[in-house]
Design a binder for this molecule. Structure first.
Ligand SMILES: [Zn+2]
Ligand SMILES: [Zn+2]
Length: 784
């Protein structure tokens, strides 16, 4: 994130009455029942403070020159901590100037650390999840005009640039991939940098979750070891959009004790939040289920209304295709009002050059552009804070992401409007009908398991290659480190010598794992017409997302998969414009390997443990877009895949089942419906995507002898998701029951119990029975 020009409290913009505007949107014909909730967040005044005395005078004057005359309190508190060698995580809202928290100590120590002849004395390593973000940071720091040697080190850097960075770089911007593959394995060549490293910045650290988070946690531990080997002990400053557990998350990532600064002292205008649920429009769903109007179509209507009132609005949608669709529909609607208005709406695609991005940012800022439809703007590297309104087409997966998108609205701390337009699925339905779950609950805790043995193993090899591993260091790598080292020694990967473990192979140990790939060796995505490798798809999900006939969305672009070669791990794809999407369906079987913990809820039992899952993608559904109407189902012939992972499961006794009054013929459908909806709701409690998790339900499972519903992590060894489900089970399953109970459909629909990835054609499903089972389960659940 770049630093933000701060406005004094007297300069607020109040262009419109946001609540009035929201009500006006909802009064249009056909929308009477769509507005489910309105909440107005009060304005918040800034708390400012002066410059800490230790900040280098050149840094102060450079920032003053950019219009920053004082600090917000949270910036000063975090910067002060870092200056005093306290590891700190800053977790405040969008546009709260988090970057100053690390720029002040970083730039000051670089300037003060210089040798007599200007040689490097102190250095900062800035780590971001995307190259685009590093580029933004580069221009922000370089733009200060200070005499600081700031440079990027990423896959695009030339050899000359790398040499220069190694010799002279003082503020080095990189990413976890480069650390893993380049900087750490070759640390001896980089000893000058590592020796002088006194600050490590981990920006947007909430991105590091799930399996990727577990990998980055290992990379950062390796970084700490390498620094220690070169005699440095850098302070870590982490920055993140609001997360529920910043100190815990940062500690798990770094393995250090980290202080959290999460009280936001930046000013904010009044914000009206609207929760919006499009109406049912057809009965073209599976098994004749009713379907709601697509969130993207509804958002196009709302965008047109807002633009016609001169309200600068950003609409967040899922794919580039959807962005283009929304922009085109909006333009067509506006053309009926005024021939000039369509020119003031655009869609934003990935792959723009930095100058093109800046052009769009400027056009939005000065009002030439009034409406923009875009996919996640952070990934695309565009700075679009400072709008009047934000439309979010579909819950973005986490409350943290939702608040981050809301935070884009509010030009110069002026008033703003934000609308969540619900998609037709259980999570969105739950949120718009239970505003407190979205608006009043703390943002979710990011989850990952830094001890995941599938992740840790290869990093132990990489660490041993970097600096031989000693017995006393093993705690750093989690509870399984010793066991894993013994296995790695036995299989000949590592060699045990009196003083520790050594890597003795010629190839780089870092090649053993790809930190971006969740499971298995990734598949390459190859463009059929050119033979160009466009990207990769995770080995664990290739069957489900890149099978022949799949419509694959890659960085917002739509592709059609023509074939999937399992042997060579290649999917051939071509750019297409199609009016349908695909969803794979899979059959799953599960056996319990071992139960690790359990809770008894009366006669019901809730468990967490290790399971073996075998699953097979058997077909895919084609759905017309944007309506979601089912076109057909196409069978596939793919082999079974096996996975050892973690799961949470619950069982009911036969007596409890008898008390529900359900017939035994109803039980499979009831359990199946409860399973589907609970998978849809779990992302509310664990930071994950519903595609990261799977489920199995059965009226009688061989391992438990009882009715059992499993929800498992889709990655080998688990990603911490089902564990979070176990810990939050009462709340999670109560929300599941509530979603099913309150859905206004009759027999089940995509908003409650139907699942897009069901391998059984969403059959059988018993909506009412699911409520009965969940009630029996929750009857004796203790408060959590
Ligand atoms: Zn329903
Ligand atoms: Zn199913």
């Amino acid at each position: 994130m770049s630093s933000v020009a701060q406005d004094s409290p007297g300069r607020r913009v109040r262009p419109f009455d946001v609540e009035q505007l929201g009500r006006r949107l909802a009064s249009a014909p056909g929308r009477e029942d769509s507005l489910r909730h309105v909440r107005v967040l009060p304005r918040r005044d800034a708390v400012t403070t002066g410059w800490p005395t230790w900040v280098h005078p050149d840094v102060v004057s450079a920032l003053r020159h950019r219009g920053i005359d004082s600090l917000w309190r949270h910036q000063a508190v975090a910067a002060e901590a870092a200056w005093n060698h306290q590891h700190v995580v800053v977790s405040t809202g969008t546009a709260s100037g988090k970057s100053l928290a690390y720029q002040l100590p970083a730039l000051t120590s670089i300037l003060r650390g210089r040798g007599a002849r200007g040689e490097r004395g102190a250095a900062t390593l800035y780590i971001s999840p995307t190259k685009a973000l590093a580029q933004d940071q580069l221009s922000a720091v370089a733009g200060l005009g200070l005499d600081v040697r700031v440079t990027t080190h990423d896959g695009d850097s030339s050899y000359d640039e790398r040499d220069w960075t190694r010799e002279h770089g003082e503020y080095v911007l990189t990413n976890p991939d480069m650390l893993h593959r380049s900087l750490l394995p070759r640390h001896e060549r980089w000893s000058g940098l590592f020796r002088s490293l006194d600050l490590v910045v981990v920006d947007e650290c909430h991105h590091y979750r799930g399996v990727f988070g577990a990998h980055v946690a290992q990379v950062l531990r390796r970084l700490r070891r390498v620094c220690a080997a070169h005699g440095s002990d850098p302070t870590f400053v982490l920055a993140s959009a609001t997360v529920g557990n910043p100190a815990e998350h940062a500690a798990r990532l770094t393995g250090l004790d980290v202080m959290a600064v999460s009280h936001d002292d930046a000013p904010r205008g009044e914000v009206a939040l609207l929760l919006w649920e499009p109406r049912f429009t057809s009965y073209a769903g599976e098994n004749g289920a009713p379907l709601r109007r697509a969130a993207s179509s509804e958002s196009a209507d709302l965008l047109a209304d807002l633009v016609s009132e001169g309200v600068r609005t950003l609409a967040f949608v899922r794919s580039r295709r959807a962005a283009e669709q929304v922009a085109a529909t909006t333009s067509a609607l506006l053309a009926e009002i005024d021939a000039d208005l369509p020119l003031r709406v655009a869609s934003y695609r990935g792959g723009y050059l930095p100058e093109e991005r800046r052009d769009i940012e400027h056009a939005l800022r000065d009002g030439r552009l009034l409406g923009l439809a875009a996919t996640n703007a952070l990934e695309l590297g565009i700075d679009v804070s400072g709008l009047d309104a934000v439309l979010v087409a579909g819950f973005p997966g986490t409350r943290a992401a939702w608040w981050q998108q809301v935070g884009r609205a509010g030009r110069n701390a002026g008033d703003a409007l934000a609308v969540l337009v619900a998609r037709d699925d259980p999570l969105d339905t739950y949120l718009v009908t239970h505003p407190e779950a979205l608006l009043d609950r703390a943002v979710e805790q990011t989850v990952f398991d830094p001890g995941n043995p599938y992740v840790v193993g290869p990093h132990l090899c990489a660490a041993a290659q970097e600096v031989p591993l000693r017995e006393h260091e093993l705690d750093l790598f989690g509870p399984y480190a010793r066991e894993l080292l013994d296995q790695l020694t036995e299989t000949g990967r590592l060699r045990r010598r009196p003083h520790g473990w050594y890597w003795t192979h010629p190839e780089p140990a870092s090649a053993l794992t790809d930190i971006r790939s969740g499971s298995g060796r990734p598949f390459s995505l190859v463009e059929g017409s050119t033979g160009r490798v466009v990207g990769t798809v995770d080995g664990g999900s290739a069957h489900a997302t890149a099978h022949a006939g799949a419509v694959y969305v890659h960085r917002g672009e739509t592709w059609l998969v023509s074939s999937l070669d399992l042997e060579d791990r290649v999917a051939m794809i071509d750019r297409v414009e199609v009016d349908f999407s695909t969803t794979a369906r899979e059959l799953t079987e599960i056996t319990i390997d071992r139960e690790l913990v359990h809770q008894s809820w009366g006669a019901a039992r809730l468990s967490f443990g290790v399971v073996d899952v075998s699953h097979q993608v058997v077909s895919y559904l084609r759905r017309r877009q944007p309506s979601g109407d089912v076109i057909d189902e196409v069978p596939l012939d793919l082999p079974e895949q096996n996975l050892t992972t973690q799961a949470v499961w619950w069982t009911l006794s036969d007596d409890q089942l008898a008390e529900t009054g359900l017939l035994s013929a109803d039980l499979p459908g009831a359990a199946h419906a409860a399973e589907h909806c609970s998978i849809g709701l779990l992302p509310l409690f664990a930071t994950c995507d519903r595609w990261d998790i799977g489920g199995v339900s059965t009226a009688r499972h061989a391992d438990t002898g009882r009715l059992t519903v499993f929800v498992y992590d889709g990655h080998p060894g688990g990603a911490g998701i089902s564990r979070r489900g176990f810990d939050a089970a009462r709340e999670w399953l109560a929300a599941t029951r509530e979603t099913i109970r309150s859905c206004t459909c009759r027999d089940g629909c995509p908003s409650c119990v139907q699942s897009p990835k069901c391998g059984n054609q969403n059959h059988p499903l018993d909506k009412a029975g699911a409520v009965d089972l969940l009630s029996a389960l929750l009857a004796d659940a203790p408060p959590q």
